[in-house]
Structures are given as structure tokens and as C-alpha cells.
Design a protein. Structure first.
Length: 443
């Protein structure tokens, strides 16, 4: 069978980027082990560095047939002259109409026949989406799609999942993505429960939602040499001890309460605990959140305690984790999170949120806090920062917990999921053929 995959290749996408890399690496391992299926990678940029690094043996195709944008083509036809202003007015009207159209009716699918024909013309029989994508259902090709979270339903108060039509766009994508999928992937049992809770009424059944847990990102080198540790310390001018939080500056990541907790500890115990943040902020909401966090840290007298590293290349992440005293991640979103696994791999103690999904992910291998409470976060930081025995205990528990996330288990699960999807596709095709035969006989 020929399988198409549409990975997320932008590192600033965070967890979905890591998830895509893991899935492609395991597909490559399956291919090398004699797995009979062929995989075609569909990407916007066939010369993307990640694609280049895949090496030979992969079929790579553009995500859609190349063609000029309609408005740009019309603009060239119009040319220059007095009529140009009328063209600009018409262009604005068309763009505004397109923007209004971008808020879809969640029960009215807008099929993309051109891309569907492109996929089918390349012999694609099953599509694999490591992250939700409207192409899954708009192209009408059987597909398996991962659903990492449904936060627009769980936490619509956060603008990153609801503002400027985002909630409507997400609902269109998730409702139909779940409704028409051959199989869905959830990171955990809690994730499956959320899918069934919100989209069970649209025909999603438990047997169609498969659990495929996160795996430690393939670019992390767990055994970090002293030379590498020193290199990373020098590049980022790191303090002797520090807390670490790798997360994009979305409001739900809760950076501000960490800063407030550090201020509380400074006032109560005269502890000046360094905090290292890293993560992309190249977006309106993220840029605004970063400015607010920086302003807050300055107002609270923490300018020299809080360090902002922006986006950090994959090759530097191992050293940052290895040298950190603890991971502090009081996020409002779950149900599971990759940085927790990353921290465990380096013996880095974890402080994270006591919310559904995360508490099941970490069990007793982390200190759980109320993400709404500055006092709860501050108390956890104080305990981990001042108690070496607690840090060692958390590190040991984390390693034990991480032992259940094995590449062998992931490979076995993914192969089984694709084989079931193939079988379901075959049954659906046979049933459709039988129905057509009955209709012909009746006529």
C-alpha cells in the first residue's frame, strides 16, 4: 500500500514538530526492516532541511500541484495605470470575502478536489497526519490522524484557541477530522476520553481511537559529556544553578505565575533563584505574552534572575536539560506533554500541573501544583530547590516512569495501527463495491 504523510516541519511548532519527527523516524525504521508499504512525504517545501536530512529512499512530493495564486495572476493581467486603484478596491473586497469564508460552518465540509486528485494520481491509498489538518477530510482519502488536545473545547478562555475565529476554525477541523477518520490517534487514555466526550455524538467510537504515547524526541542525546555541558553553559551564559522551562510564550503556558512565584520566594526567604525560559514568540499573541512577562519580571525586581533564550536549536537542548536543577511547567493544557519525558531522560526533577491527563502521565514522578496558584508553584519550587534528597527521588522516579515509553512499543503500536487502517479501508472498499453491484442489479 502507498501511504502519504503530511508532517509538521517547523521547529517553532513545538510538540507537533517533535511528534512528526518521531513518527517519520519510526516509519523509516519499519521500512528498513522490510515493511512492505511505501511512504510518500508531502511538504510545502521539498527542499526543507529536515527533508534533505531524511536521506535516500523516501518519495517526497509537494503538498499540492504548483500553480500561481489567483489574485497575483489577476494583478499581473491588470497591469499599471489609472485603473489600478479600482483593482486594489476589488482585491480588498475579494480578500475580505475570503476572510469571512475562513470562518466555516463546522457541518459543511469544503472539499478540495484538486489536491484529492493530486494525491490519488500519485497512488495514495491512505493518508497519515501527525497533526490535525483539514486536508484529512477535505480530500476524501482514508486517513489516520493524531488529536493531541481539544483545548478549544476545554479552555476557550485562552485566546490562542479561540480569538479571531480560531475557535470556529478548530471546531471545523476537529469535528470533521474526528467524524470521517478511519482511525484517530490519542497520546493517552485521557486524550481518548476527551475525543469521545466531545465527538462521540458525531460517530466516533472507542475502537476507532488508538493510543500512541509520546516518545522521547530523537534529537536528544541523553549522555551529555562535560565538554558539551560547558559548551552550552558558555553559549547561553548560564548561572551555576537554574530552573528551566522550554515553552512557546502562549498565555496557557503560565510563565507569569512562575515569575510571581520567584518574587514571592525572594521576599519570603531571600532566595534569588535563576529561571531560564526558551521558546518561540514569533506571533502576535506570543510576542505580547513575552513583553508582559518581561515587564512583570522588571517590575518585581527580577530582571537579573529571569533569562530569555528565544528559540533554541535542537542540538543545544540536551545540555540545557542536563544542567538544569528542575523543569517547572505549570501549564493549563494537557493531556500529556513532551518536556516531562525530556526532563526525566536527563534526571531533571519535574514540577508540573495537577490537571486531568498530566497527573495520569506523571503519577508520582513529579510535584504537582495548582496552575492557578502562585503559592502552590512557589512552594514546589522551594522544596525542589532546597532539598537534594527530594530532587534525587524525583529523578529516580522519572527514569522509572520513562522506562515504559520505549521505541519498541511505539514501533509495534504504529505498525498495528496502520495495519488495522489498511484492513478497515479494504472492508469499506469491498462494502462500497457490493452496494454498487446491488444497485446495478436492481436497475
Amino acid at each position: 500500500m502507498r501511504i502519504g504523510i503530511v508532517p509538521t516541519l517547523n521547529p517553532s511548532s513545538g510538540g507537533t514538530y517533535q511528534y512528526s519527527l518521531t513518527m517519520m523516524r519510526v516509519l523509516d525504521e519499519l521500512k528498513r526492516s522490510g515493511w512492505g508499504d511505501e511512504v510518500v512525504v508531502f511538504v510545502a517545501d521539498v527542499h526543507h532541511p529536515t527533508i534533505t536530512a531524511l536521506g535516500s529512499g523516501w518519495a517526497v512530493r509537494p503538498l499540492c500541484p504548483p500553480r500561481p495564486k489567483l489574485l497575483d495572476l489577476l494583478g499581473r493581467i491588470v497591469g499599471e495605470g489609472p485603473h489600478r486603484e479600482a483593482w486594489r478596491w476589488l482585491r480588498r473586497q475579494l480578500q475580505e470575502k475570503a476572510q469571512r469564508r475562513s470562518l466555516p460552518n463546522p457541518d459543511l465540509v469544503r472539499f478540495q478536489s484538486e489536491i484529492s486528485d493530486w494525491f490519488r494520481g500519485l497512488g495514495i491509498e491512505l493518508m497519515l497526519y501527525p497533526t490535525p489538518n483539514v486536508l484529512s477530510f477535505e480530500t476524501k482519502i482514508p486517513y489516520v490522524m493524531a488529536i493531541h488536545d481539544l483545548q478549544h473545547r476545554l479552555h476557550p478562555e485562552f485566546p490562542e484557541v479561540s480569538a479571531k475565529g480560531e475557535l470556529e476554525r478548530r471546531e471545523y477541523m476537529f469535528r470533521n477530522g474526528c467524524r470521517y477518520a478511519t482511525l484517530l490517534l490519542a497520546d493517552s487514555e485521557a486524550g481518548r476520553e476527551d475525543i469521545l466526550k466531545f465527538y462521540g455524538t458525531y460517530g466516533v467510537t472507542q475502537d476507532r481511537v488508538k493510543i500512541l504515547p509520546f516518545l522521547l524526541p530523537c534529537y536528544l542525546a541523553v549522555n551529555v559529556s562535560e565538554k558539551e555541558r560547558e559548551r552550552v553553559r558558555t553559549i547561553y551564559d548560564l548561572p551555576e544553578r537554574y530552573l528551566f522551562y522550554p515553552a512557546q510564550f502562549w498565555p496557557h503556558k503560565n510563565h507569569a505565575r512562575i515569575v510571581q512565584a520567584l518574587s514571592s520566594l525572594k521576599q519570603a526567604y531571600h532566595l534569588e533563584i535563576p529561571m531560564v525560559f526558551c521558546g518561540s514568540q514569533t506571533n502576535g499573541i506570543r510576542e505580547e505574552t513575552l513583553r508582559e512577562v518581561i515587564s512583570l519580571s522588571h517590575r518585581l525586581g527580577l530582571k537579573n534572575q529571569v533569562c530569555y533564550l528565544d528559540y533554541v536549536p535542537d542540538e543545544d537542548m540536551s545540555g540545557l536539560y542536563a544542567e538544569a536543577t528542575a523543569l517547572v511547567m505549570p501549564t493549563f493544557f494537557g493531556p500529556t506533554n513532551i518536556p516531562v519525558l525530556e526532563a526525566w531522560a536527563f534526571g531533571c526533577p519535574v514540577i508540573t500541573s495537577d490537571i486531568h491527563g498530566i497527573r495520569e502521565q506523571v503519577a508520582d514522578a513529579a510535584i504537582l501544583v495548582d496552575p492557578h496558584s502562585v503559592e502552590s508553584i512557589a512552594d514546589a519550587i522551594y522544596r525542589v530547590w532546597t532539598d537534594g534528597s527530594l530532587r534525587r527521588d524525583l529523578a529516580d522516579r522519572g527514569r522509572q516512569r520513562l522506562a515504559s515509553y520505549t521505541p519498541e512499543d511505539y514501533r509495534k503500536r504504529l505498525r498495528g495501527i496502520l495495519e488495522e487502517a489498511r484492513a478497515r479501508r479494504r472492508v469499506r472498499s469491498e462494502n462500497r463495491g457490493a452496494t454498487q453491484n446491488l444497485s446495478q442489479e436492481a436497475s
